[in-house]
Ligand binder design. Structure first.
Ligand code: GAR
Length: 187
C-alpha cells in the first residue's frame, strides 16, 4: 500500500478531490491531512470524509525532531502540498528527497515566489491581461516555486474573465490533473 500525506492551509478542495479519487483504490491511501491553520475548511472536509487530520503550529513545524517524527510515523511515499502556504524547511527536503510535490495555480516560472498564492496569482494574471494561465505541479526545493517541473497544463483567458473566473478555470485543471499525476508518480 502506497501512502500519501497532504499538507493544506485553507479550503482544501484539492485535498478533497485527491481523497475522493483514491477512496476506492486498494493500492494508494491518503494516510492523513496536516494543516497549519486551526480554522482551515480542510479540517471540516476531513471530518466529513473520515480522513485523519492534524493541526500543527510553527513551533512543531520548525522542529526537525518533532515534524520528521510525525511524518515518519505516517510513513508517506509522497507528501503533497495542496494550497499549503508555509515555506518547507531544508531539513524536510533533505529527509524526503523528491518526495514532496506542490501544485501552483499558474504557469511557472511566471507568477511564482513569496506572496504568490491563490487569488493573488489570478489577480496578477488579470492585471497583466494575459491570454492564458494554467497549473504547474513541481517538486519542492528550498525556494518557493522553483523545484523541478513535473507537469503543466494551460487554459485560455477571455477578456471578460475576471480573477474569479480565472480561478475557476485553474481549479478545474487542478481537479482534472493533480490526482492523475500523483497516481503516476506512485507507480
Ligand atoms: C490552489 O489553487 C493551489 O494551486 C493554490 O492554492 C489553492 C488552494 O485551493 N496554491 C498556491 O497558490 C501555492 N502557492 P484549495 O485549498 O481549495 O485546494
Amino acid at each position: 500500500m502506497k501512502k500519501i500525506v497532504i499538507l493544506a492551509s485553507g479550503s482544501g478542495s484539492n485535498a478533497e478531490n485527491i481523497i475522493s479519487f483514491f477512496e476506492k483504490n486498494d493500492t494508494v491511501k491518503v494516510a492523513a491531512v496536516l494543516t497549519n491553520k486551526k480554522s482551515a475548511k480542510v479540517l471540516e472536509r476531513c471530518e466529513r470524509l473520515k480522513v485523519p487530520a492534524f493541526f500543527f503550529n510553527k513551533a512543531a513545524f520548525s522542529n526537525p525532531e518533532i515534524f520528521i517524527g510525525l511524518l515518519k510515523g505516517l510513513n508517506p511515499n509522497l507528501i503533497i502540498l495542496a494550497g499549503f502556504l508555509w515555506k518547507i524547511p531544508a531539513f524536510l527536503i533533505k529527509e524526503f528527497p523528491d518526495q514532496i510535490i506542490n501544485i501552483h495555480p499558474a504557469l511557472l516560472p511566471k507568477y511564482g515566489g513569496k506572496g504568490m498564492y491563490g487569488a493573488n496569482v489570478h489577480e496578477a494574471v488579470k492585471r497583466n491581461s494575459d491570454s492564458e494561465t494554467g497549473i504547474t505541479i513541481h517538486y519542492v526545493n528550498e525556494n518557493y516555486d522553483e523545484g523541478g517541473i513535473i507537469f503543466q497544463a494551460s487554459t485560455t483567458i477571455c477578456e471578460s474573465d475576471d480573477a474569479n473566473a480565472i480561478a475557476e478555470k485553474v481549479h478545474r485543471l487542478e481537479y482534472e490533473h493533480f490526482p492523475l499525476i500523483i497516481e503516476k508518480l506512485l507507480k
